[in-house]
Design a protein around this ligand. Structure first.
Ligand SMILES: Nc1ncnc2c1ncn2[C@@H]1O[C@H](COP(=O)(O)OP(=O)(O)OP(=O)(O)O)[C@@H](O)[C@H]1O
Length: 221
């Protein structure tokens, strides 16, 4: 199985706190990497670093060219990143949000593909409703619908608390779809307080270094 992402010796300090240090991991096709840790441990910071959105983390991250042609930069991507809060443009309809996301991937899809993805997340009939007129769970479903678009080039999902605001049915469906995605050769890196019991899931617990208040008292090694 191809290795899709390798992170080497990552280290993060914020506000004089060492959040994590000497953190290395890799993700291959078929893997689900479940990032765990207490509130404030640095999980979101880490995920944002993986997609090139912040610079608080030192160390090296390399993606396979099938995931990102331009290293960790967010452009040239062939992955989906779902942020902690759904990156949904409230003034746009559900359909427009999906179209925009696909345009960022420099792809085009048929109208029926968008409708199917929205149906897959239970938003059939809401295609032309502006997102600001939907509930927070429905907005999260728009964000998740991106995952179900038929873009075969997408090999990696990076998901920050994707179960937030989802009801039990939507959560179960997301879990099934994650497993289906990795069984088809994809890979998932996710942050969640949700527990999984599946052979594909590897846990990465971060934040053990987050005990020290001041770095001069307990340096980040
Ligand atoms: N906007 C910010 N400005 C300054 N420091 C921040 C900011 N956001 C987060 N931090 C610091 O970075 C640390 C890690 O935050 P991060 O959001 O990565 O944690 P997390 O593990 O994702 O937490 P949670 O489980 O609560 O979402 C926090 O402990 C906080 O001290």
């Amino acid at each position: 199985m191809t290795t899709l992402a390798v992170a080497t010796k990552l280290r993060c300090e914020r506000d004089d706190r060492c959040l994590f240090a000497d953190l290395s991991f890799s993700v291959s096709q078929g893997d689900i990497l479940h990032i765990k840790g207490a509130n404030g441990a640095g999980k979101t910071t880490l995920l944002r670093r993986l997609v090139g959105l912040n610079s608080f983390v030192e160390g090296d991250v390399q993606f396979h060219p099938s995931v990102s042609e331009r290293g960790q930069r967010i452009d040239g991507q062939r992955f989906w990143y779902l942020a902690h809060r759904p990156a949904v443009t409230l003034a746009q309809t559900a359909l427009e949000n999906l179209r925009y996301a696909v345009a960022l991937q420099q792809q085009t899809l048929t109208r029926s593909a968008y409708w199917q993805a929205l149906a897959d997340v239970g938003l059939a009939g809401y295609e032309d409703v502006p997102a600001h007129r939907l509930s927070s769970g429905q907005q999260q479903r728009i964000a998740l619908a991106r995952l179900y678009l038929p873009l075969p080039d997408v090999k990696l999902w990076l998901l920050d608390e994707p179960f937030n605001a989802l009801d039990a049915n939507a959560s179960a469906q997301l879990e099934v779809n994650m497993l289906r995605f990795v069984e088809g050769g994809g890979s998932v890196i996710l942050i969640s307080h949700h527990e999984f019991n599946h052979a594909s899931v590897q846990e990465l617990v971060i934040g053990q270094a987050n005990q020290s208040v001041k770095k001069e008292q307990r340096p980040c090694l």
